[in-house]
Write a protein that binds this ligand. Structure first.
Ligand code: AMP
Length: 215
């Protein structure tokens, strides 16, 4: 499958992507994960991106497009991919359209995850992430807690609250989403590619997406 996952921070894009990946071997490409890896490795891209990320602001479009144009040409994308957290702005969506035309890739559709705001806020403030860069398992202190001592159930590393998951950064990320990313809903509707799923439970959403793919 070749899908874009659209939705506010905390809408569950990462969880839905992981479940869809299991369904047919397509790979998840998360720009947030790629950027966090670049920050950790201390690359030039990571150095330029870190300040924006910590504040919950968007990294400039040019840096994202350079990174994604390379990523989409890697061999593992041929089987299919789920774009998680990209595109995030209209200029990114327009640039992606050009890149896909050039690489002769066409999308199945764009999945818009529609989640009530109170659920999103609750999910973001209770989220914990495994600090081990090669694990990064995501927990929720209420519905899916890590071990009692706060360590990851998968690898035993400490779990942390990300810098961009403090209350101030979360409110900023939601504002940035409304201003810069929500307009993509209209963009992809105009392209005839948008499918909106009211998403409270990720497993139900994944079933509905797989059904839509078969139609
Ligand atoms: P995420 O894990 O998708 O919430 O991304 C974490 C942070 O990485 C965002 O708050 C942005 O600072 C940055 N980021 C991720 N994807 C993009 C993108 N497509 N465009 C600009 N910034 C991005």
């Amino acid at each position: 499958m070749k899908i874009i996952l659209l939705g506010a921070p905390g809408a569950g894009k990462g969880t839905v992507a992981k479940l869809l990946m299991e369904a047919d071997g397509s790979i998840q490409i998360s720009t947030g994960d790629l950027l966090r890896a670049a920050v950790k490795e201390g690359t030039e891209l990571g150095r330029q991106a870190k300040g924006y990320m910590d504040r919950g602001d968007l990294v400039p479009d040019s840096l994202i497009m350079d990174m994604m144009e390379i990523r989409l040409q890697e061999k593992d994308c041929r089987q299919g991919f789920l774009l998680d957290g990209f595109p995030r702005t209209i200029p990114q969506a327009e640039a992606l359209k050009e890149v896909m035309k050039r690489l002769d890739i066409s999308l199945d559709f764009v999945v818009n995850l529609d989640v009530p705001r109170d659920i999103i806020l609750d999910r973001l403030t209770t989220r914990r992430t495994c600090a081990n860069g090669s694990c990064q398992e995501i927990y929720n202190t209420k519905s899916n807690p890590p071990n009692a001592d706060g360590t990851c159930k998968k690898c035993g590393s400490p779990t942390i609250q990300r810098d961009d998951e403090t209350e101030g950064a979360i409110l900023n990320r939601l504002e940035v989403y409304n201003e810069k990313t929500a307009p993509l809903i209209g963009f992809y509707q105009g392209e005839g590619l948008l499918k909106t799923f009211l998403s409270v439970n990720s497993k139900d959403t994944v079933e509905a997406v797989i059904k839509a793919l078969k139609e």
